[in-house]
Design a binder for this molecule. Sequence first.
Ligand code: NAP
Ligand code: MG
Length: 493
Amino acid sequence: MKTLLNYINGNWTASASGEYVKVTNPATGEVLGEVTQSTAEEVDQAVQAAVAAQRAWRLVPAPERAEVLYNAAHLLKARKEELAQILTSEMGKVIDEGRGEVQEAIDMAYYMAGEGRRLFGDTVPSELRHKFAMSIRVPVGVAGLITPWNFPIAIASWKSLPALVAGNAVVWKPATETPMIACEFVRIYEEAGLPAGLVNLVHGSGSVVGHAMVAHPGIDLISFTGSNEVGKRINAQAGALLKRTSLEMGGKNAVIVMDDADLELAVDGILWSAFGTSGQRCTACSRVIAHEAVKDALESRLLERMSHLKLGNGLDASVQVGPVINRASRDRIDSYVRVGVEEGAKLLGGGKPAAEGALAEGHFYEPTLFTDVKPDMRIATEEIFGPVVSILPVGSLEEAIAVNNRVEFGLSSAIFTRDINRAYEAMRDLDTGIVYVNAGTSGAEIHLPFGGTKRTGNGHRDSGVASLDVYTEWKSIYIDYSGKLQRAQIDNY
Ligand code: NAP
Ligand code: MG
């Protein structure tokens, strides 16, 4: 059994609390290790280390900072398989997806290393003679990262890599469910040659460690991904301190299937985005908005394909759907299914925990399909975060877009159509931060901004160059070489 420790100022240490929480495999119930449970005391130690290390790091030329990121990228690549196995064993997603997630961190590391030679600002012509004007990005200081268990290394890479290349230090609290992959990622930074104090890992609960991070005056910004419930709490706490926050939260993503769609392709897209990661993606397809002309055909094809999905331990390469993260999550998913039935939705398939044979040791839920779902039902508006999908029939593209847009979330949406005019109309009018045409709702690439509109986020984006806006301040600089006082807007008019 592994003992998972904090990493503060370059040292692996246990919290003085002496408390530990068990880490388990959600597919088998096997205990994999125990993780130290920190307090505000260790948060303070981590912040002090980060503040001191950042003072020197901000003066290291960005291309030199990037060398550490390139080293990390090479190490991630060399250890891809090992990391994927660890990820799958503690989080549950099937091994192919585990590999894909590690690949996302590799891609992000190379991409952000490249930013070490860019970090572009603007030079603009001054309106005055003998004057030069430009903007540069400067680091914010210490970035506090709070991350969820469902993409434990990808999301940590989206946040820590831009923070570091831009000259910040990091204090990171990973989710309690996934500390093993967090420790491995930090070990990679350590081996990549990152100076001590620049990445500090503090394990513990959100209500203790996360809360203390938001409260700490030495942490200049909080970058959070997780639920709306927690995001709102962080926003309120940070708002009172005027602390910068980047919040990425829930989704209620839909796939629109028009009457001219390639139905087989649409079924592939829906199965992948609804049941991949057992529906526990922020971009999971939770609603299918189906044109009434193809609704029946779509239902029967989906049901047929769902009946062949193999549930089980994600480490077995033939398994297509892994467990959900824990028992509480399984129970919450089940209670949503009961709500759907009570609301009058028609349950076509699934609808209960899967616990036969070996599945009894883990937390599994049957892939579940509802139809004849009304747009205002709770199962059509609230995030379920499990393998449950609802079909909502519509009669036109206009209605499909209106149904997509009426939820409070705005992360991802997709449309299957072979009509280019309809595709462009949808690209213009779907109100989500990410839109797919002829693909499911998941599949983001790291060089475009990732995030959502409305209550999914607060206007910031992870990944892509856009993420640098979270971890840098703009500084505008004017250099007057005229030797006299020149007043802008006055002396030139
Ligand atoms: P969560 O319960 O909100 O937890 C997220 C993180 O916040 C965890 O590290 C958690 O710590 C911590 N936390 C809990 N209470 C806190 C508090 N009072 N102060 C500070 N931090 C606190 O979410 P989750 O269950 O891990 O993840 C699922 C959610 O994440 C879903 O809603 C999903 O849609 C969302 N998500 C969004 C995106 C996106 O980019 N939009 C991506 C992935 C996931 P502990 O759990 O360790 O206590
Ligand atoms: Mg676990």
